[in-house]
Design a protein around this ligand. Structure first.
Ligand SMILES: Cc1cc2nc3c(=O)[nH]c(=O)nc-3n(C[C@H](O)[C@H](O)[C@H](O)COP(=O)(O)OP(=O)(O)OC[C@H]3O[C@@H](n4cnc5c(N)ncnc54)[C@H](O)[C@@H]3O)c2cc1C
Length: 454
């Protein structure tokens, strides 16, 4: 009998796990409560615009995510910088500065950019290298590392508050979804070690050339169906209980027994659905792990105001700004998305007030926008964009295998060692599939399938 696997949740974690299991020949049913796959990476129509729920980028070191894109046959739909280059703007600088990697190996690849980084005084630039080198030696797997705040560690290593907010947070807020003051040192060390301090090419930035739904959700549905999996959309699982011969999955009218279950839902839903005692985590772990919001302010200008695909800003409430014109289908003017991470102070603010805060700040860093008319301004808010990457969060993230034999967990919030990212989600899906296939004694045939798709 072919083992039957229920994958609950159709975000990147669930998609990955379901594809791996289907490729290995298991009988897979994926149940997703929304009407589309892709989870937190999705798009919608607003009039003539294709809008992403929030700008998503990845780095060259996101190898599992890139493997998923290959399996979905959409690698040609992303752009990956040949060489890291970040334009940084400030209202206090007449000209932007650049953080670019040179041809030297890491960590020297950024040395000249940091030395020329004018938002900081020379003394701060010179002190950067010492902390960067020390960060390479931090053990991210140690609980005592996770108990510390990144900002505390940085200041003990000679970094001024100014250096933390204008340089470390520039990368940190966007990748961790928290400023250094609120972030676990372990998660920050992971990001900086993998992205910036080990391999010079690791932090080259990539992004989708199409709306996210065309990159993830729609191709995933097609590839899963081709691989023989059943995809049930608009199907919210409300109960998961032990049956004589497996696990009973209940979702409205749909009810069946599966041999194995991959629970790839957000932490609060996993907490509700998991049988009691399945994970050895402190009481109320999902609520304690918590979540952190991301807000995007979308601005359609009546003319071109930005020549680069994106830039980052310092000395400004604006964080990262992306040109969305090509992906959205706008054929005149320019559509920019202002991505605002760790947006606790904005997530409940009315659109008019977000506009009052963000539009003048955007014009202050982007002089070409000063006289441009605004055709449209709207806001997308993801209240539970990521788990809160606070000190101590590692102890609240369960691994894939649970004590409820046959039920495994997946999701960017599980114990991947990564912050909540697309790469983390895919890695968790891979780990969940390995657990399912290992128990079922099935060889994972996905490698040969992937190479056939290349
Ligand atoms: C605005 C924004 C910007 C981001 N930017 C980046 C970025 O630039 N780079 C990056 O790497 N990451 C980024 N992220 C994070 C990244 O999107 C997530 O870490 C990743 O997509 C999470 O995938 P997942 O599968 O773990 O979870 P989810 O995407 O949350 O998937 C869980 C799925 O389970 C479904 N579900 C829930 N309950 C049930 C139920 N009872 N029954 C059935 N289905 C259920 C949900 O509908 C959802 O589809 C961003 C996130 C947001 C929101």
């Amino acid at each position: 009998m072919t083992p039957r696997v229920a994958v609950i949740g159709g975000g990147l974690a669930g998609i990955t796990a379901a594809l791996r299991c289907a490729d290995a020949g298991l009988d897979v049913t994926l149940l997703e409560s929304k009407g589309h796959l892709g989870g937190l990476t999705h798009s919608f129509r607003r009039g003539e615009l294709d809008v992403d729920n929030g700008q998503h980028v990845f780095l060259r070191c996101c190898t599992s995510y890139l493997d998923l894109l290959r399996r979905l046959r959409v690698l040609d739909k992303v752009h990956l910088q040949p060489r890291l280059a970040i334009q940084v703007r400030s209202p206090r600088l007449r000209e932007p500065v650049w953080l670019r990697r040179n041809a030297l190996p890491a960590p020297l690849h950024l040395a000249d950019s940091v030395l020329k980084y004018r938002p900081l005084p020379l003394a701060d630039r010179l002190k950067f290298a010492g902390a960067a080198l020390a960060l390479r030696g931090v053990d991210p797997a140690s609980p005592s590392t996770d108990a510390q705040s990144f900002a505390g560690w940085l200041s003990r290593h000679g970094q001024s508050e100014r250096a933390i907010t204008k340089l470390w947070d520039l990368v940190g807020i966007a990748t961790l979804n928290a400023p250094a003051t609120d972030a676990s040192l372990a998660l920050a060390a992971t990001v900086f070690q993998l992205g910036l301090l080990t391999d010079a090419a690791a932090a080259d930035i990539g992004w989708s050339k199409v709306p996210l739904r065309e990159l993830h959700g729609d191709p995933a549905k097609a590839r899963l169906t081709e691989a023989g999996a059943q995809v049930l959309l608009g199907t919210k699982v409300t109960a998961l209980t032990r049956a004589d011969d497996g696990w009973r999955v209940v979702a409205g009218e749909t009810e069946f027994v599966a041999d194995r279950v991959v629970l790839a839902v957000p932490p609060d839903a996993a907490h509700r659905l998991l049988p009691a005692g399945s994970v050895s985590l402190p009481e109320g772990w999902a609520a304690r792990l918590g979540s952190s919001p991301i807000v995007n302010a979308h601005v359609v200008f009546d003319r071109r105001v930005l020549d680069e695909p994106f830039f980052a800003a310092v000395d400004s409430p604006v964080q990262w700004v992306f040109d969305r014109t090509a992906q959205s289908g706008v054929d005149s003017g320019q559509y920019l998305a202002v991505s605002l991470s760790a947006a606790d102070d904005l997530v409940d603010v009315p659109v008019r007030d977000v506009r009052e805060r963000i539009l003048p700040a955007l014009r202050a860093v982007l002089p070409a926008a000063a006289d441009a008319g605004v055709r449209d301004f709207f806001v997308t808010r993801e209240r539970h964009a990521t788990f809160r990457p606070a000190p101590g969060s590692a102890a609240l993230r369960p691994g894939a295998v649970t004590a409820a034999g046959g039920v495994v967990l997946a999701g960017a919030w599980t114990a991947t060692g990564w912050p909540a990212t697309m790469e983390g989600a895919v890695r968790s899906g891979d780990a969940a599939a390995r657990a399912v296939l290992g128990v079922a004694g099935v060889h994972d045939g996905s490698t040969s399938r992937e190479s056939k798709d290349d």
